[in-house]
Write a protein that binds this ligand. Sequence first.
Ligand code: ACO
Length: 282
Amino acid sequence: MDFRFNVNDFLKNKITKVNNTLLPEKFSGDRRSAGLCSNLLAEVVDEMGLASAKAQGLLKPITSAERLRNSEHVVYLLAEPEGNNGKGSVVGLLKMGQKNLFIFDATGLNHEKMSLCVLDFYVHESRQRKGYGKILFEHMLREENTVPHRLAIDKPSEKFLAFLYKHYGLSKIIPQTNNFVIFDGFFYNDCKQSIGKTEIIDNGQVTEADNLYKSVSRQSYGDYHHIRSDDHCNAQIYGRQPPYKPLSTIGKIVQSSPSTLETTKRSGVQFHHRLFYMEFNL
Ligand code: ACO
């Protein structure tokens, strides 16, 4: 994305981290230049946030300068210094933040957990599927000292789910009732810690347990590069769909018993009798 001003003046690195000051990390300069810089960065964040919302078919942007200013979130911006006739272009945005989530583990237990979340992710249309997303994501992983399976993803799009599968082999989703998607391995560190009876302090940062998880998981991350997104079937189920609702006990009984289903279709009264009978036999 091109701007009327020279983005290279304030986006000095390929990837720049921006927080609620709306200044690049490690910015140095006087008050006047800080004010100027934060105004221009606000414009960049607003435009990229808008483009991201459009790309995802959202009515309102998830990312804006105003929202960033009033939060503890951070935005990573990926720039192309040679773009726009040497004035530089901005090609990617990734917004991260901590959120206190109520989430289910694979056994159905609910946990309250401060989790590092991917809140918004966008690569300009002209640069998609060329590896820019991966460059940005990998940079974030290093900065946040985390691994993909420790992240909660806010309403991932199909493209993002395909991205996570292709680059990191993430496919086993642990169903939630909120809009967040987490993958198998998200709680791995907690299990290890509780087995070792240590206090669970979790800020989503990578630990030895995560490294162990990677080594014991079926394939290492590098093994997924041959996969194209078309092979990824989970995307249709989880990408920006209504939130998952766990089946009720009655739902499970009905599902597991074809004869019950048959009865349900025929008569509501018979259906109740049948369930009553089954519950007593459990
Ligand atoms: N259709 C299906 N899969 C796609 C698509 C697409 N149009 N674009 C990217 N992907 C996935 C595929 O797995 C692809 O691999 P493949 O080309 O071999 O099939 C892989 O991503 C490519 O990886 P990168 O080139 O590193 O990723 P890219 O630079 O395209 O960035 C991103 C990925 C950010 C998802 C980008 O496609 C994008 O901006 N999409 C539109 C906005 C969006 O959906 N953002 C995520 C919203 S959800 C959230 O932010 C929490």
